[in-house]
Design a protein around this ligand. Structure first.
Ligand SMILES: Cc1cc2nc3c(=O)[nH]c(=O)nc-3n(C[C@H](O)[C@H](O)[C@H](O)COP(=O)(O)OP(=O)(O)OC[C@H]3O[C@@H](n4cnc5c(N)ncnc54)[C@H](O)[C@@H]3O)c2cc1C
Ligand SMILES: NC(=O)c1ccc[n+]([C@@H]2O[C@H](COP(=O)([O-])OP(=O)(O)OC[C@H]3O[C@@H](n4cnc5c(N)ncnc54)[C@H](OP(=O)(O)O)[C@@H]3O)[C@@H](O)[C@H]2O)c1
Ligand SMILES: Cc1cc2nc3c(=O)[nH]c(=O)nc-3n(C[C@H](O)[C@H](O)[C@H](O)COP(=O)(O)O)c2cc1C
Length: 582
């Protein structure tokens, strides 16, 4: 019996696992029973397939998917472990066999913060220890970005280069990721486990989780307050919103974000209906339901920025579009599309006729927007506060703006309801130890989670020192939460408050300039273990602040460029450097 091979050579098991499984099968045939290690309850342990699920996630979506896969994989006979990719150094790769990676992309085709060290490590000689693995990658992204799903693509390519075996093809997900993620999960689990299954349990679990409030099942929350923060003379419109979570059972922590499902402007919906000759009563099928076209255009579809499908369709009727859609004209297309909405394209192509069904197939699904929560549940129980910059501009002779920010500012009425969900951001959290000092860099609306942090630390009675860097255009009109922050400073809760008002003098002064002015003291805080947080604009500010942080570690800490780089890598891996940038 010992020589009989039950598990074929090409099955996705390591030699040790194959040996163990062969022994197990032989044991079963010989009538032996295997008890689980803890001896509990079960008299015959099923063989389980070890599965390592690694995630790279900035705002929690990939993390949530990774945990869901892990849960589902148990029903397929796997014993999964979900690991944050920033903890990759804790993994003993020799003992791993099956690796699933779920990662989003950030910045401009970059890794999410928690995957950056892992990505750097993948370039080293040590990463050759991954050559024996079976793997598959689920890449999350947003096709509005030029480098769609770049992080997942890079990791997938690198693992192949290292000699690991791709057992299931990479799947790239756009913002409406659910269907493709589900497809990948079931494909991966089928291939990796080849034959073991437990589908009934998976369906039962999915049905159970659907009852909770989530992105796909939002809670209709009451808007309590909509107040302007920016004052007379400001070039911006930044607002403070308070939303009641009463009756939802929803819980959040300081550092989390709120997802808001906006509705489109009814005037814009009316214009599209009129241009295409619809009454709005036409019934259309969308995501499993049937809705009147007017409602679909209001609540289900993005009728502002045109997507690829619409552009490709219009290119058949327009001489310029085929040239703009050519690969080499990407930049030109981007410029051409700036401020051009669906209605503009329809008006520019008056000959184009569409049926209701064709129209909805050419539009992108409406997406929720995330907002960093600016309250702490400990000081505002049952509420979430938001700090939102309202996007407004003019294009094609019309006053236009951001879908969700304008929805909140103009169309969501106090006491009216807003569909919301909590987006947990495990990667953006106060230190567990309330005595640890924190440095918070939050220009503009980036101040939002730091207001939450400060409220949270006060309510918890934390004694750690707090240092906030805030920046905006003008002190007189853009110093958000000024009274609150100055009060916290004068009563000592806020140990240091540094402001950078960029347009109060001839030359621009930004938060990173204030950081550099305090380089010595900032280093001494870091040296005593302070956590360093950044929130706000990802495009420019977060990069410049990162550069300033490196400089401060060099000058303040007397380190070389390489040493400063290594110090920052260590800060990230110890979760002492966290970012919530957008
Ligand atoms: C984790 C996270 C946290 C966030 N927290 C906050 C927060 O606390 N506060 C906050 O205000 N935002 C926050 N955001 C950003 C927020 O989610 C939205 O992206 C933002 O409010 C814009 O959304 P919108 O629907 O209003 O605009 P959209 O409808 O998405 O429109 C914005 C787009 O309009 C176009 N546009 C802008 N200006 C012009 C112009 N002058 N001419 C032509 N086109 C233009 C650009 O293409 C721009 O990308 C956060 C984002 C993330 C991911
Ligand atoms: N990527 C972009 O081009 C861009 C531009 C504007 C806004 N945004 C978006 O606007 C939102 C955040 O806007 P917000 O209204 O909260 O604030 P914000 O536009 O980030 O402005 C806050 C403050 O930061 C300053 N600032 C500009 N560039 C900076 C840099 N490189 N480093 C440090 N500070 C800098 C601004 O100065 P000045 O305004 O005087 O320069 C202002 O004083 C985000 O969604 C962001 O992505 C992006
Ligand atoms: C500031 C910012 C930058 C982003 N950059 C990209 C990008 O370059 N390419 C891409 O495909 N997706 C990009 N995305 C989209 C995210 O990858 C996508 O929303 C993903 O689902 C987020 O997953 P997470 O919550 O696990 O981080 C970006 C999102 C934000 C907010």
């Amino acid at each position: 019996m010992e020589n009989v091979v039950f598990i074929p050579q090409n099955a996705p098991f390591s030699s040790e696992q194959r040996l163990w499984l062969n022994g197990y099968m032989a044991g079963l045939l010989a009538g032996k029973h295997y008890a689980p290690a803890n001896g509990a309850g079960v008299d015959q342990a099923a063989p389980t397939l070890p599965l390592l699920v690694l995630f790279g996630s900035q705002t929690g979506t990939a993390e949530k998917i990774a945990k869901k896969i892990a849960k589902e994989s148990q029903a397929h006979g796997c014993s999964p472990r979900v690991v944050d990719s920033s903890a990759h150094a804790t993994i003993d790769w020799k003992t791993e066999t099956n690796l699933l990676i779920v990662t989003s992309t950030y910045g401009d085709g970059d890794m999410p913060d928690n995957a950056q060290n892992f990505w750097e490590w993948l370039q080293t000689e040590n990463a050759k220890s991954l050559a024996h693995l079976n793997f598959s990658v689920l890449a999350l992204g947003d096709s509005n970005y030029e480098n769609f799903c770049a992080a997942g693509k890079k990791i997938d390519g690198r693992l192949e280069e290292l000699g690991a075996k791709r057992l299931y093809p990479r799947t790239d997900c756009d913002v409406d990721y659910e269907a493709r993620a589900k497809e990948w999960t079931s494909g991966v689990l089928d291939v990796f486990t080849s034959g073991q299954n437990g589908t009934a349990t998976v369906e039962a679990e999915t049905a159970a989780t659907i009852k909770e409030w989530s992105k796909t099942n939002p809670f209709f929350a009451r808007l309590i307050t909509n107040r302007k923060l920016s004052a007379e003379g400001s070039q911006k419109e930044t607002r403070h919103f308070e939303i009641s979570l009463e009756g939802s059972g929803l819980k959040y922590e300081a550092g989390d974000a709120l997802g808001v499902w906006p509705a489109n402007c009814p005037v814009l919906v009316g214009e599209i209906l009129e241009r295409l000759g619809f009454s709005g009563e036409e019934l259309v099928k969308i995501s499993g339901g049937e809705f009147p076209l007017r409602r679909a255009l209001s609540e289900k579809l993005d009728i502002t920025k045109p997507g690829q499908e619409l552009l490709q369709h219009l290119a058949k009727h327009n001489a310029l579009l085929p040239k703009l859609l050519a690969q080499e004209a990407k930049e030109e297309l981007k410029k051409w599309l700036w401020g051009r909405w669906v209605i503009d394209l329809l008006n520019e192509n008056p000959g184009v006729k569409l049926s209701a069904g064709e129209l909805i197939a050419l539009l992108k699904p409406l997406q929720p927007r995330l907002y960093s929560i600016s309250s702490s549940p400990k000081s505002h129980a049952g509420q979430v506060h938001l700090t939102v910059n309202i996007v407004r501009y003019e294009s094609f002779g019309r006053r236009r703006g951001g879908l969700a920010s304008m929805f909140l500012a103009d169309r969501a009425t106090v006491d009216g309801q807003i569909p919301v969900f909590i987006q947990s951001s495990h990667g953006f959290r106060l230190p567990v130890d309330g005595n640890v000092p924190v440095i918070m860099i939050g220009p503009g609306t980036g101040v939002a989670p730091f207001r939450a942090f400060l409220h949270e630390r006060r309510a918890s009675g934390d004694r750690g020192r707090n240092w906030l860097f805030f920046g905006e255009q003008k002190a007189a009109s853009d110093f958000y939460y000024r009274d609150e922050l100055e009060q916290m400073f004068s009563d000592g809760h806020l140990t240091k408050l540094c402001t950078a008002f960029s347009r109060d003098q001839a030359e621009k002064i930004y938060v990173q300039h204030r950081m550099l002015e305090s380089a010595g003291e900032l280093w001494s805080w870091l040296d005593t273990g302070a956590h360093f947080y950044v929130c706000g604009d990802a495009g420019r500010m977060a990069k410049d602040v990162d550069e300033a942080l490196h400089k401060i570690i060099e000058t303040g800490g007397g380190k070389s460029t390489e040493e400063a780089k290594a110090y920052v890598v260590k800060m990230k891996s110890e979760k002492r450097y966290q970012r919530d940038v957008y």
